[in-house]
Design a protein around this ligand. Structure first.
Ligand code: ASP
Length: 325
């Protein structure tokens, strides 16, 4: 049955008024598609803190909807009411999931509004404390001796740790047994407990564990060595013989498609203020991350970047021949 014109007009007026008042009356929920205490969660909680003030002091709640390499939480936001009160914070998975999953319940390019890239984060190759190798050279020797017996953790198909692990195995021409978790927090906990052997994970999750010597650190995935205290002595994989090995991940903020433009503008303006917050920058830098300040902090630049990342990673993933259903 068709809705009477008057009702449609009323609904539109209500939506318009709503957009103008945003945010008011209820908290904003940021869906984090990985476990609490992990790297994506950490960025989200720090960002929420920095966003609160520019959004008029509103409460911001983190909702960890986890599983399937972030696709479950991402799908939840694609289906959410597009009113600005449900947002998604996800990482490079937004551009690896389209190639890694045969079927996704959303379309990365069409089902979201892009609010801006937050940061770029290097990754590190870390090992269990009981691993006898003290450096990357010794690690390659240990890997050669233990072929077929090595467990490599990841945060699920499509996660950054999964992608980094795929590249690592292909560069080393070795197959390891993947051990998927619902986030990097449980993965690093098992690594520290010697339950898995290796993990490739963001510096936002590994820096403190490396500094506390709770894991063994072998290399960084950036083209240049890092200057962050605690990571500064680590070689790059590139200089360690794995030429051109480079994975830097990033996080972005999204809203469901159809969120009113006025609401998107308010969130983007608040995001830009948050990205200049000295406390937020300090926290991120201490963990090896670089806060974004370029064209990617705008909707157009963010979307363009994600589309380019999809084009960059899809052939690499296809080449690796890994899929999830
Ligand atoms: N970022 C992690 C990964 O993709 C997951 C997490 O944030 O927990 O490996």
């Amino acid at each position: 049955m068709k809705k009477p014109i008057a009702l449609i007009t009323l609904a539109m007026a209500a939506m318009g008024a709503h957009a103008q008042d945003f945010p008011a009356g209820k908290p904003i929920t940021i869906v984090v598609p990985f476990t609490a205490g992990g790297p994506t969660d950490r960025v989200a909680r720090d960002l929420a803190e920095a966003l609160r003030k520019p959004l008029g002091g509103i409460s911001i709640v983190i909702d960890n909807t986890v599983g399937a390499g972030s696709s479950i939480g991402t799908a939840k936001v694609a289906r959410a009411t597009p009113d600005g009160y449900t947002l998604l914070l996800n990482h490079i998975g937004m551009s690896t999931m389209p190639a890694l999953y045969r079927k996704l319940p959303f379309n990365v390019e069409n089902d979201f509004e892009y609010l801006g890239v937050i940061n770029d984060v290097p990754m590190t190759l870390v090992g269990k404390p009981a691993l006898p190798a003290e450096n990357f050279k010794e690690l390659t020797g240990w890997i050669a001796q233990n072929k077929g017996k090595i467990n490599l953790g990841n945060a699920g198909v499509g996660s950054a740790s999964h992608l980094c692990g795929l590249l690592l195995q292909s560069a080393l021409k070795t197959e390891m047994t993947p051990v998927p978790y619902k986030g990097a927090a449980p993965a690093i906990a098992d690594l520290m407990g010697n339950q898995i052997d290796l993990l490739c994970d963001q510096t936002t999750n590994t820096t403190q564990q490396i500094e506390a010597k709770k894991v063994k650190a072998y290399a960084v995935t950036t083209p240049k060595r890092l200057t962050t205290p605690g990571l500064a002595g680590l070689p790059t994989l590139d200089e360690s013989g794995m030429k051109n090995f480079q994975v830097t991940i990033w996080h972005g903020l999204y809203a469901p498609k159809g969120t009113p433009a006025a609401v998107l503008q308010k969130i983007n303006a608040a995001l830009k203020i948050a990205l200049k917050d000295p406390e937020f920058i300090k926290r991120e830098e201490a963990l090896g991350a670089v806060v974004a300040g370029d064209a990617r902090t705008d909707a157009t630049g963010h979307k363009k970047f994600v589309v380019a990342e999809i084009a960059k990673w899809s052939p690499i993933i296809k080449e690796a021949g890994v899929y999830a259903d």
